[in-house]
Design a protein around this ligand. Structure first.
Ligand SMILES: CC(C)(COP(=O)(O)OP(=O)(O)OC[C@H]1O[C@@H](n2cnc3c(N)ncnc32)[C@H](O)[C@@H]1OP(=O)(O)O)[C@@H](O)C(=O)NCCC(=O)NCCS
Length: 157
């Protein structure tokens, strides 16, 4: 990204959800509908968004449970991938959580999702377990009736 590009991480508000839910549509494996995002947000989940020159380009949905946090989804818009935004977003989340009582971050990722696994590896997440046949569809979507394992990853803060 060029030197005069401004990248920011900020908390998303309810009014941001339509734009965030439209960043990834039609990908059953990783996209969340506006309804699902709104419901999660209303139930206490939080969202950090990453902005490039003021425009939302990705988000991370997470929830705090006691002194642990679970990442429920992270998405960067396709046209902005491999530009460091996923890393910036996770760093923003980690910095925020380090200022709280959170001691550990958990997440699940599809076994076939190598891009996300690489990102999590770089960010210091370690495999803590595996949930066999956890996801209903393979990463290619509803046409694939195979189930897929989830890797459970965690990172101590
Ligand atoms: C996973 C995702 C969030 C990564 O976001 P991103 O902004 O592209 O990631 P970054 O640019 O910060 O990448 C950081 C590092 O992760 C690794 N990485 C990211 N995407 C990769 C890919 N497609 N293939 C291989 N490595 C990849 C690289 O090591 C990369 O560093 P590098 O570009 O210097 O080599 C993005 O691909 C995405 O939105 N995918 C669809 C949704 C999804 O799968 N979410 C995860 C749910 S668990």
């Amino acid at each position: 990204m060029s030197g005069n590009t401004a990248v920011d991480v900020a908390e998303a508000l309810f009014q941001d959800l339509p734009a965030l839910s439209s960043l990834e549509t039609g990908v059953i494996a990783t996209s969340w509908s506006l309804d699902a995002l709104s419901q999660s947000y209303s139930n206490g989940c939080q969202i950090l968004k990453v902005l490039v020159n003021g425009e939302s380009c990705g988000y991370c949905l997470f929830r705090n449970v006691g002194d642990e946090t679970e990442i429920l989804n992270i998405v960067i818009v396709k046209s902005r991938r491999r530009q460091g935004l996923g890393r910036t977003l996770l760093l923003g989340l980690i910095e925020k959580l380090q200022c709280s009582s959170c001691k550990k971050i958990w997440l699940e990722v599809r076994k076939s999702n190598m891009a996300a696994q690489k990102l999590y590896d770089i960010m210091g997440f370690k495999q803590a377990g595996i949930r066999k046949n956890y996801y209903r569809f393979g990463i290619t979507g509803a046409g694939n009736s195979n189930r897929e394992d989830a890797l459970v990853l965690s990172k101590d803060l």
